[in-house]
Design a protein around this ligand. Structure first.
Ligand SMILES: [Zn+2]
Length: 281
């Protein structure tokens, strides 16, 4: 949340954090070659930005570019800022409480962006509390002015977006928060892919369970992220699931097996493995 007394990272800390997040993005395969961009705000009208044409896994401090929120370069290394920095600048201008923005092409969330499927299933508490729902904004050519314009309406109510046929974009009150949201986004997308396309089943949280999570989110001071439209009227996840049947009288309690671990149905695992192998072949 914006306040006039906001504290910012100093130049040194901001540049170190951008380099660190660049390495994490690259090592996790969220980007390939020279993809992606990262920015960090260091004052009401200054940011540090990643340059164009360099792998974010191998950046050097002296390659980073200092800019103001109008896009004027204040201090430039050997390389120019990326053309995609325009969408970062727009987020900072629309929402002065934002201090960090990350953009990457993580494979699973980018696949959802290509399919035009928003991430809004109420199935996973952590995603709902820390990330919220993730809309897909319509396609605009990478680096074009169309992207900042398409992103603008979402900057104050959401924490992340999928850019159609392009990739993922997250922001936060700190660059670290923006990075964690990118991680959370790809993780959520992966879980949606497994439950929806490989396992083929998900118990959707009930409206009551979603409301409980929204209260937790409010207590954490998070007012952004939207609400999932598709929670179930009745909870379908309150019964323990035994080997071949539901265990009578076990509602809401964990049922350890004789060996002290949760019972696992090997036939189910075998069926899932076969489905995965079929999908991959
Ligand atoms: Zn991109």
């Amino acid at each position: 949340m914006y306040s006039k007394n906001m504290k910012y990272l100093n130049d040194f800390a901001a540049k170190e954090l951008i380099l660190d997040i660049g390495r994490r993005m690259y090592n996790r395969h969220y980007i390939a070659a020279n993809d992606g961009n990262i920015t960090c705000k260091t004052g009401p009208d200054t940011i540090w930005a990643t340059p164009t044409g360099v792998s974010k896994g191998y950046m050097k401090t002296e390659e980073l570019v200092k800019m103001n929120l109008d896009g004027k370069v204040l201090q430039q290394g050997a390389l120019k800022p990326s053309s995609e920095i325009k969408m970062h600048l727009r987020i900072y201008r629309e929402n002065p409480g934002v201090q960090g923005v990350c953009h990457a092409h993580p494979p699973v969330s980018t696949s959802f962006a290509i399919a035009g499927i928003s991430l809004d299933k109420a199935i996973y508490p952590e995603a709902l509390v820390n990330l919220g729902t993730v809309p897909v904004v319509h396609y605009e050519a990478p680096g074009s002015q169309g992207i900042p314009d398409s992103v603008a309406p979402y900057c104050n109510d959401y924490n992340a977006l999928l850019l159609a046929n392009h990739g993922a974009l997250t922001w936060g009150e700190s660059l670290m928060e923006a990075w964690y949201r990118l991680e959370a986004l790809e993780h959520y997308a992966m879980i949606l892919m497994y439950t929806g396309n490989i396992i083929g089943k998900a118990n959707v949280l009930s409206c009551e369970q979603v409301q409980e999570l929204v209260k937790i989110r409010e207590k954490l001071g998070i007012s952004t992220g939207g609400l999932p439209p598709c929670c179930a009227a009745k909870a379908s996840n309150l019964t323990d699931v035994g080997v071949n049947q539901e265990i009578p009288g076990a509602e809401g309690k964990a049922q350890p097996s004789a060996a002290g671990t949760t019972a696992v149905n090997t036939a189910d695992i075998e069926a899932i493995v076969q489905m995965v192998l079929k999908k991959l072949s």
